[in-house]
Design a protein around this ligand. Sequence first.
Ligand SMILES: *Cc1c(COP(=O)(O)O)cnc(C)c1O
Length: 405
Amino acid sequence: MTFGDIDPPARLLMGPGPVNAHPRVLRAMSAGLLGQFDPEFTAYMNETMALYRQVFQTENRWTFLIDGTARAAIEAALVSLLEPGDPLLVANIGRFGGLLEEIGERCGAQVTSVTAEWGQVLSLEAIEAAIVRTRPKVFASVHGDTSTTMAQPLEGLGEVCRRHDVLSYVDATATLGGMDVAVDRWGADVVTGGLQKCLGGPPGSAPITLSDRAAAHIAARRHVERGLGSDAGNGRRIASNYFDLAMLMDYWSERRLNHHTEATSLLYAARECARIVLEEGLGARFARHAACGAAVAAGLSAIGLELYGDEGHRMANVTAAYIPKSLDGDTARAAMRRDFGIEIGTSFGPLHGKVWRIGAMGYNATRPAVLSTLAALEVVLRLQGWPARPGVEAALAVFEERGVG
Ligand SMILES: *Cc1c(COP(=O)(O)O)cnc(C)c1O
């Protein structure tokens, strides 16, 4: 039994991720493999570091890739920053805040949370008050929590954290390359991403950046792997080998101390994603995502759907709307896929079955992708007996008004 060739149907992926990868990224992935210490390959590694410094808007030396999907980088950050017993404060505004709590617990940290109701965000004052109350070693938050489609404001975060001698971590998986992720301006210590959202690549590689003070903190826990050398750090050994950022820094440094085998084809993909982002320009890219998000919101409203969440803090790249009470959300999603080849998202936890989530990210943050999705949704809703009004004109007006997308 050998089954068939991989020949997936054409789909327009307009959910909360993954999205369709840019064809240039898929082409880059088909390039020939090199050994991980081949000078041609280590040059690509260095170029990838330089490219992601620009994508993250940082001067951080330690800017590289974690092999694995976005949560691999989240785990690497938390397991390398936290020792058992360390206090961790999590800003929980949705499902991915819950993930930070869970990973923190698995690291043995003492986890407390400052929580916003789903659909809302936290003020910096509330975060600072919680820092003062709980005296954490690490503060962790999510920039764009796709579960609720809310974007947590992070301006001024670093100043607050430094004032209280706290290290900060931000999960920017959903926003990197689509919204303004300004690592140095925020003053965030560790920030991570993933390829399959606004960067327009496949899942499987997760960019990470570390401030010098975070890197110094982690380097103090450095224990070189048995068989590679004898230098042991003073601090407590990091609980994971694969996600040990101290060893990963050695691997990505000029020393190239052996660790895992770099995921060659995914490095090609990540490098190409960053090149595409920077060729377009960060400002133009953010404007394109913002225009698409506004067009999706305008189109959904014109159709007659009610948008979800705090209007002032919606992510640019994923928009949620309530499913009308008389409809089954999954039946409509199945019709979108079957009849139009378009995937949209459902949601988790308290929002399960209550909202649809439409993403316009990376290669799919375009006028045709947005308009096709809205047109299809309008028809699907009507065929299911719900009185949908036209949505496309309102979305088109947003694109015309903004002159982008
Ligand atoms: C999509 C997403 C992730 C995804 O993690 P994976 O391991 O790539 O599935 C993590 N965090 C946020 C905020 C996300 O939106």
